[in-house]
Design a protein around this ligand. Structure first.
Ligand code: FE2
Length: 575
């Protein structure tokens, strides 16, 4: 049984392939097009999935699109008939184009892959059902409370459910424009961060401030008695004008979401060129505090409905790793699973899983703790790239590489680390990473000068060998996808300053020997030499999607002042 899942004509377009219930490939289209959060058709991603499995489009039994234009049709209509007439016209035009794009997906595939009579059956799975499925079916749990928290998708902004075996039963959902994601995005813009996906900057800035505006911001977003929340659109642009725009360049953009009422409430907004002041830091802290309160309220109420203390969580808001790290301490939940692609790229995987398990009753498979489902390259392919580029390199055995790289890190070097299959999801997890020694107090300056040039308040993350988590963190849990932030033990702050944020926390990745053997061995070699089972890990990119090919990794190395590049067993060094 072969199922191809797609997130298409939506931000973070992606494709995923299930064969007999097993995820054999999943990748974001942005990795190929090199356009961040690509919103078009994931043609390259489909090509990769088929190639990885050694199959053709003809072999696909089910084509699943993680969108359902018929979902909440009545609610959509009753919302839009209230819109001013000039907006209605634009709305129906946009809907028409989008519906046409969705309806022609099979035709585009058939033409591209020269497959005029495919065997697949087509399914449309609602956006939030797909999010729930992406969190539940790959989890280790047979029974769980399910929650999707998001900006919006298929006219919902949140959805709750119960997962039992093969079944997902929906409990409730929230309609657009009542959205936590919209709240967070609007305040992200208020703070002068204007790009789609900039919300993590607010999360990084928050620990520098105090939540002194929490009460004021609780007028904009607040918990409600029905177990959900209310976003007061008095402070926002008219929801009828839409909250995300798509362009011919396939880059999503957000129009200005807040209005003058928010400025009256909080004070002046920050222009992107303006300095970040204590006021902005306090606003960021307050945004994060309000968001966390609402999330904990929803999850607590969900528990009271389900009486199941295991939570599977997905959606754009589930990318808030700071909130995620506090869920178990602030709600009755005892266990939490969040997939590597909890954001919209995970829709392709969730839609495919939903079809396999819920519709076709396919057997559930072992849980997924690995995000390595993207492209990989052999040493021969890498050598060919290096020869073509006339680059001098050494080819070394694994053990020699661990030795050489750990020495380079200890002497303060910045190392590009490219190995195995690329990660599915926004985090580099030791497949496409840039590494440094976490003990250095100057690591942030070095990285920002040599490569990243990003805002100085943003933290860098630690990858830690699973066995040592309790020694360094106040909470012991598996965090395979860097999806949670935990407090670092106080006495360790001075030992690993490069990965300790200003509030003493770290967005950790726990590295398991079976899931990431090469990365594990490298960190372990570093531990043998320094006593520290941790490396600083940041994504292998420079203001672009994470590198996907050896050529892109090499280009990034040559463009920046990285000291060493490891491409599988090939090592390049600056002399
Ligand atoms: Fe979503």
């Amino acid at each position: 049984m072969i199922i191809l899942g797609l997130n298409a004509h939506h931000a973070d377009a992606s494709a995923s392939l299930l064969i007999n219930g097993k995820l054999v490939a999943a990748v974001e289209e942005e990795r190929f097009t090199r356009i961040k959060h690509y919103t078009g058709f994931p043609l390259h991603a489909v090509e990769f999935c088929l190639q990885q499995a050694g199959i053709t489009l003809n072999d696909v039994d089910h084509l699943v699109i993680g969108r359902d234009p018929n979902a909440k049709f009545k609610e959509k209509m009753s919302f839009f008939v209230k819109a001013p007439s000039q907006m209605l016209k634009k709305y129906f035009y946009d809907r028409f184009i989008n519906a046409k794009d969705l309806k022609t997906i099979d035709k585009v595939l058939m033409a591209h892959f020269k497959c005029p009579k495919p065997n697949f059956k087509i399914h449309n799975i609602e956006h939030h059902r797909s999010h729930l499925a992406s969190a539940f079916y790959p989890s280790p749990y047979n029974e769980a409370s399910l929650l999707s928290l998001d900006g919006s998708g298929d006219f919902s902004t949140a959805m709750s459910g119960i997962g039992r075996g093969n079944n997902i039963e929906i409990i409730d959902s929230v309609n657009f424009p009542n959205s936590i994601g919209v709240f967070y995005s609007a305040l992200t813009q208020f703070l002068g961060f204007m790009n789609y996906g900039d919300e993590y900057k607010v999360m990084g800035l928050a620990p520098y401030g105090k939540p002194v505006y929490k009460d004021l911001l609780s007028k904009v977003l607040f918990p409600t008695n029905n177990g959900w929340f209310k976003l007061d659109t008095f402070y926002l642009r008219s929801p009828h004008e839409g909250y995300v725009t798509y362009s011919d360049t396939f880059q999503p953009a957000i129009p200005l979401l807040y209005n003058k009422n928010l400025i009256k409430l909080l004070g002046p907004n920050r222009e992107p060129s303006q300095e970040v002041t204590q006021f902005h830091k306090d606003i960021a802290a307050s945004v994060q505090a309000v968001t966390e309160s609402v999330i904990f309220h929803i999850i607590t109420e969900l528990y009271h409905k389900t009486k199941i203390d295991i939570l599977c969580l997905a959606g754009g808001v589930a990318q808030n790793s700071v909130a995620n790290g506090k869920i178990l301490a602030n709600t009755p939940m005892k266990h939490l699973y969040i997939p590597s692609a909890g954001h919209d790229a995970g829709i392709s995987m969730g839609a495919a899983y939903y079809t396999n398990h819920q519709i076709l009753r396919g057997e559930r498979q072992p849980p997924i703790f690995s995000a390595y489902t993207g492209p990989s390259f052999t040493n021969d392919e890498i050598e060919a790239v290096l020869v073509k580029n006339d680059i001098k390199f050494q080819k070394l055995e694994d053990e020699d590489i661990y030795n050489l790289v750990s020495d380079k890190l200890i002497e303060g070097g910045v190392v590009g680390w490219f190995t195995g299959r690329a990660e599915f999801g926004p985090r580099a997890l030791g497949g496409r990473s840039i590494l440094m020694d976490p003990r250095r107090t100057d690591a942030k300056e070095i990285l920002n000068n040599k490569i990243k040039r990003r805002e100085s308040f943003r933290p860098f993350a630690p990858s830690i060998l699973t066995e040592y988590v309790s020694e360094y963190f106040e909470i012991t849990d598996d965090v395979p996808f860097m999806e949670k932030v935990f407090p670092i033990r106080k006495e360790k702050h001075v030992i690993i300053p490069a990965v300790t944020h200003v509030d003493g926390t770290g967005r950790l990745q726990t590295v398991d020997a079976n899931t990431s053997p090469r990365y594990y061995n490298l960190i372990n070699k570093f531990r043998e030499k320094t006593g520290i089972p941790i490396l600083l890990n940041t994504s292998f990119n420079e203001n672009e999607p994470i590198v996907n090919t050896p050529q892109e990794a090499l280009d990034c190395y040559l463009r920046t002042s990285m000291d060493m590049l490891v491409l599988e067993n090939c090592v390049i060094q600056r002399s």
